[in-house]
Design a protein around this ligand. Structure first.
Ligand SMILES: CCCCCCC/C=C/C(=O)SCCNC(=O)CCNC(=O)[C@H](O)C(C)(C)COP(=O)(O)OP(=O)(O)OC[C@H]1O[C@@H](n2cnc3c(N)ncnc32)[C@H](O)[C@@H]1OP(=O)(O)O
Length: 719
């Protein structure tokens, strides 16, 4: 797993070999220990170069090993032996040097990077800290503020930034290993004392206490309950204030707490879940590895409202040519200006030229005749979308994929109105579409595997977490959101306040609770949907019957607020009040509280004390329960799909792994027991009725989440 060669007569070349990312598995660590020893004991070798095979230095510790009994030589003494070597050791960094990979490089005496390489200590995103000396060496090398920034965010830096920060000694555009070997020859015999980072003190920093206080405050705020970023600050503080050996001891203690934490498990689960969703499969048996995507060189977007503009930007930023169509001239001009601005700002942030020429604007749908794929993003109206799809079917060349950006409409119904339903898929983007990570790729029973593969590949190119899901009302994300929101409304009826519900959810880790989120997105959105469903009635009725609609409990609270013109932030009033329409700071609204009191009195409801635990259990378990229905229905292929959707699109705290992972952590039997408890109290609420899949999983001994797939298959085959 680490190959040894002597090159240029006197350079020992060690090559890490562990595809795909040369992770530091036990075998690789053993290989490094052995080959370093061999190089150091060979009198013909004057210096050593460490590189990785296949254009990648090292992706860090082997994350898969963390959940097993770790064997093999430990990283810290291995890196220490390299740093203590009496011959210069040079890291030749191509591709990535991340986590333990960068820590290994920091143990080397010199670092040469290819200009396209990326370096970073992303352990924080796995619920850990750089505990192979990284938290102690990096601040000594580049100073406390820069190290804090890198270690607490986990961000990857380019080779150019790494050079500027002083992480690497040289950047090359050519063969990195050749450059490193040449460099190693040039430094052979030089004193290595100044190159051993662990022996340096951290560069002086004025007002160290104030700096750490400020950073800790910022980190606590943005961490939303995650513990790793805080431990990272503490570890860097140890580097800044303690001798190296004591700093290492502190690093070890902090890591010991993180390593076994539920948060680390959750974050590592998210890492693998994000990769697992790319290996999609459909109930028909079609799969990612047997379905070839079509090439897409040219795409079109129809309708340039907020969503269409964001989608155009996201497509153009991948380098595709995009035809952007809007039939009204004024709207087309406004959209062109807005899209150009977004492209320019995006390009500035990424230090590249804006892809302004990549977008052609047109008022005429005929302009899309030769594109490979169209994303329709007109208003959410089935009649309008059907008309657009029929026009597209007539205009586009044969084989063009027709995608609809919808959050609610029936993709299959739309497909059935076109001559080639196999070419139709849904692409549910989230606003703003060029920023939000999530994309639900919705397939109907008639969508071809090739259409799904193409949409999934396009999503990946756009940098989205793309998840293939079946077609049903609300798809996965919004379908699960419905019971969550409804429970929040019921809690208000029973005595909670928007402040209490939001606080419980925000302490859990959501960036915003239900009501602040509803104020942000606009109460009228849900009102329109409920009206469409025939649920909204004039708000004069009172008593229990007014709160039962279509045979189930219903809370008209949201409708009543809308009748008052309280649509949220945009009107300056919603569940909270705002200084003026469009303001973002939610303030307590006495009107709302007396309205709730009057509402309860009118309906004969007596307010009771509701605590955070009840808020969490009712909102989250109702949402999770719907997730089990979705798995049972085959709408999502596995719990990872649901979890990625929730973490990347709905603000579910990543350090809690997603709703299904959370249920697994809490214990399926406990979730079932609490749902049964609330269902007994609220028999008129169907979404509290435990899903039969949840019951069956509990009855089969609550298998761990990675075995649910197997268990579901087995349970289905028994039906
Ligand atoms: C008490 C113990 C003390 C231990 C001290 C530990 C201190 C050090 C800790 C660490 O190093 S933790 C790991 C830190 N490294 C990372 O977080 C990097 C993770 N990887 C990536 O960011 C990316 O994979 C990449 C390296 C940038 C490559 O990206 P690319 O898009 O090219 O490929 P992917 O699809 O992401 O990955 C391919 C394949 O490889 C698997 N994989 C990637 N990194 C690791 C890893 N570090 N360990 C194990 N496996 C890894 C990934 O899951 C993919 O697998 P498949 O999905 O194809 O099966």
């Amino acid at each position: 797993m680490a190959e040894y060669n002597r090159v240029s007569e006197c350079v020992g070349l060690i090559t890490l070999r562990n595809p795909p990312v040369n992770a530091l598995s036990a075998a690789v660590r053993q290989g490094i220990v052995d080959t370093v020893q061999r190089a150091l004991s060979d009198p013909n070798v004057k210096s050593v170069v460490i590189c990785g095979q296949n254009g990648i230095f090292c992706g860090g510790a082997d994350i898969k090993e963390f959940r097993s009994n770790m064997t093999g030589p430990p990283l810290i003494p291995m890196i220490h032996a390299i740093e203590s070597a009496n011959k210069p050791v040079v890291a030749a960094i191509e591709g990535s040097a991340l986590g333990g990979g960068l820590e290994l490089a920091l143990g080397c005496h010199y670092r040469i990077a290819h200009s396209k390489a990326r370096l970073g200590l992303p352990e924080v995103s796995l619920g850990l800290l750089p505990a192979a000396g990284g938290s102690q060496r990096l601040p000594r090398l580049i100073g406390v503020p820069a190290a804090l920034n890198l270690i607490t965010t986990g961000r990857h830096v380019t080779a150019a930034e790494a050079l500027q920060l002083g992480i690497v000694d040289q950047v090359t555009d050519h063969n990195t290993v050749a450059a490193a070997v040449k460099f190693a020859l040039s430094v052979a015999g030089r004193s290595l004392d100044p190159r051993r980072i662990s022996t340096h003190p951290c560069p002086q920093q004025p007002d160290l206490d104030a700096l750490f206080e400020e950073v800790m405050q910022k980190v606590r705020q943005s961490a939303r309950g995650a513990i790793a970023p805080i431990a990272c600050v503490q570890a860097v503080r140890a580097a800044a204030t303690l001798p190296y050996a004591q700093g290492m001891e502190r690093e070890r203690e902090l890591m010991a707490t993180l390593f076994t934490s539920g948060q680390a498990r959750a974050l590592q689960y998210c890492f693998f879940a994000e990769r697992a969703v790319g290996r999609w499969r459909m109930p028909s048996g079609a799969r990612w590895d047997t379905s070839k995507p079509r090439p897409v060189h040219k795409a079109a977007v129809i309708g340039l409202g907020t969503m269409g503009r964001g989608i155009t930007v996201a497509l153009a930023q991948t380098g595709l040519s995009v035809i952007a169509v809007e039939t009204q001239e004024k709207q087309l001009m406004e959209a062109k200006q807005a899209i150009s601005g977004m492209l320019e700002r995006g390009a500035k942030g990424r230090g590249v030229a804006p892809a302004l020429d990549g977008v052609i604007y047109s008022q005429n749908i005929q302009a899309v005749a030769d594109v490979d794929l169209v994303i329709e993003a007109v208003f959410e109206d089935i009649a309008l979308k059907t008309k657009v799809f029929q026009q597209l079917s007539a205009v586009c060349k044969p084989g063009t994929l027709l995608c609809t950006n919808t959050s609610a409409l029936d993709v299959d119904q739309l497909a059935s109105e076109t001559p080639n339903p196999e070419l139709v898929v849904g692409m549910h983007f989230f606003a703003p579409a060029h920023v939000m990570k999530l994309l639900e790729v919705v397939y109907g029973p008639r969508s071809s595997p090739q259409a799904v593969a193409t949409a999934m590949q396009l999503g990946k190119k756009m940098g989205k977490a793309s998840v293939a899901v079946g077609n049903c009302r609300g798809f996965v994300g919004n379908r699960m959101l419905k019971p969550y929101i409804e429970e929040a409304f019921f809690l208000l009826e029973e005595g909670a306040t928007p402040e209490l519900v939001d606080q419980a959810l925000e302490e859990f880790g959501f960036p915003m609770g239900v009501f602040r989120m509803s104020d942000l997105s606009g109460l009228d959105v849900g009102w329109r949907v409920r009206k469409g469903d025939g649920l909204v009635e004039p708000g004069t009725a009172s008593g229990r019957s007014a709160r039962i609609r279509q045979g189930r409990r219903y809370s008209p609270l949201g409708d009543l607020l809308c009748e008052e013109g309280r649509f949220g932030q945009k009107t300056g009033r919603g569940w909270y009040q705002y200084d003026k329409p469009g303001s973002r700071v939610a303030r307590f609204d006495p009107w709302l509280h007396s309205f709730l009191g009057a509402y309860r009195a009118q309906h004969g409801l007596v307010a009771r004390r509701i605590d955070h635990q009840e808020v969490l259990e009712r909102c989250l378990y109702a949402l999770i329960n719907e997730g089990f229905h979705i798995l049972d229905d085959g709408i999502a292929a596995g719990p990872e799909d649901i979890d990625v959707i929730y973490v990347s699109g709905y603000g579910w705290p990543r350090h809690r792994g997603g709703p299904m992972f959370y249920a697994n952590m809490v214990g399926l039997a406990k979730v079932l027991e609490r749902l049964e408890h609330y269902q007994q109290l609220h028999p008129e609420v169907p979404h509290l009725q435990p899903s039969s899949l949840l019951r069956r999983l509990v009855a089969s001994g609550s298998p761990p989440i990675h075995k649910w797939g197997e268990a579901i298959k087995k349970l289905h085959s028994q039906l």
